[in-house]
Design a binder for this molecule. Structure first.
Ligand code: GDP
Length: 377
């Protein structure tokens, strides 16, 4: 009898332990309360923040069997993306050419040209400059046929977008240290995607890369970045959820120096309520990183579909960090390519890359002539 009781007790203990284990495994660990608060604030601030998107089935960077991909080379992607740019911006070009094709370029025609440019987010100042310049040329050069008018428009547009700006990614470090690229911008603009895509561009170029997941507020951001890295065999440094972004950036650069890596790409958090908060955090990330190696590029990511809102973001970030280049994402989702001109004017720095789709290699280096030619067809 005693033996029977002991057996039953032992069975209860074993079974109970097993159940407890299953429950523990099934439960997701909750982050600390301050992190929960931060996540909630983010959800409120960006209620429609899209889920991280990747083309493959890998799960949050935890896969052990990711096949290393070979990213598309610059030449291959340019042909494909040029066609996509033409598709998205074609209606703007057609609108401009339709006005210039008229036999009589009267005041109403010039006004219409102005309206077309304004509707494409070119901005008031640049629009006035362009129309004035074109109008003068038409008068002075006696341009009276549509082909010459089109050629003059092309030249003026190229001049407006700018051919003398250095649009190369500054990713080369000095004194044997890696180049350090900080990627900043508001959440949802495509920041993490851009870091992942830049890693692919650099890897396709034969460069070694380390990623720093300094967006520690959004847990998914680090997973997303790690997955991007794994796809091309690049390591990602990440910290504790809700941890200090500056220390993650520091460690990423430290690791890049120790391993002799060519470029360290740092994704930063865009969840910031006030300019003071933004200033504190980005300023700290930059200062801390620069204890080890100079930051060679600060790229601001702007969603081209957000129009005026994007310009406001540019202004705020421009005041907070020394932005050296712009990445304009989602240009495939808008015909308002004029934002290229407006945002460059706002910040006084060049657009260096444009995003033209949701695919892994849908990031193209920006070129003024190519852009205008895609516009005018
Ligand atoms: P983050 O919060 O700024 O890091 O933004 P994510 O990198 O998570 O991107 C937000 C969403 O924008 C994702 O669904 C991306 O696939 C999408 N996205 C990024 N760049 C582009 C682009 O150039 N075109 C399109 N159509 N979608 C893009």
């Amino acid at each position: 009898m005693t033996l029977l009781l002991i057996c039953i007790a032992a069975a209860v203990v074993v079974l109970g332990g097993g159940i407890a284990l299953i429950v523990a495994r099934g439960r997701r660990e909750l982050p600390p309360p301050d992190v929960l608060e931060a996540i909630t604030e983010e959800e409120i601030e960006h209620p429609e923040h899209p889920e991280p998107h990747l083309e493959d089935e890998t799960d949050g960077g935890s896969t052990a069997t990711t096949t290393i991909e070979r990213p598309e080379t610059a030449q291959g992607r340019l042909v494909r993306l040029r066609a996509r740019l033409a598709r998205s911006q074609g209606s703007l070009g057609k609108g401009l050419l339709a006005v210039l094709g008229r036999a009589d370029l009267d005041d109403a025609a010039w006004e219409e040209l102005e309206d077309t440019l304004l509707a494409a987010d070119v901005g008031v100042g640049p629009t006035t400059d362009l129309v004035d310049a074109l109008r003068t040329r038409v008068r002075v050069e006696g341009i009276d046929d549509p082909e010459r008018a089109k050629a003059a428009l092309r030249e003026e547009l190229v001049a407006l977008v700018g051919t003398d700006l250095d649009r190369t990614l500054r990713a080369t470090g000095t004194d044997g240290k890696p180049g350090v690229v900080l990627v900043v911008g508001v959440n949802g603009t495509g920041k993490t995607t851009t870091v992942g895509r830049l890693a692919r561009v650099l890897v396709a170029d034969g460069k070694s890369v380390v990623l720093g997941a300094a967006d520690t507020f959004r847990a998914a951001a680090a997973d997303q970045l790690q997955t991007w890295g794994e796809r091309v065999g690049v390591d990602t440094l990440r910290g504790a959820e809700g941890g200090d972004p500056a220390s993650v950036a520091y460690e990423a650069v430290q690791s890049g120096i120790a391993s002799g890596t060519d470029v360290v790409l740092v994704d930063t958090a865009g969840r910031l309520h006030t300019k003071a908060g933004l200033m504190d955090e980005l300023g700290k990330v930059k200062r801390v990183v620069e204890k080890q190696a100079p930051v060679t590029e600060v790229l601001l990511v702007i969603d081209a579909t957000t129009g005026q809102n994007g310009l406001t973001q540019a202004r705020v970030f421009g005041e907070v960090v020394d932005v050296t280049g712009i990445v304009l994402t989602k240009l495939d989702g808008t015909a308002k390519g004029g934002i290229v001109v407006a945002v460059q004017r706002e910040l006084g720095v060049p657009v260096k890359f444009v995003g033209l789709g949701e695919g892994a290699d849908d990031l193209a280096p920006f070129d003024a002539e190519e852009f205008v030619d895609a516009l005018l067809g």
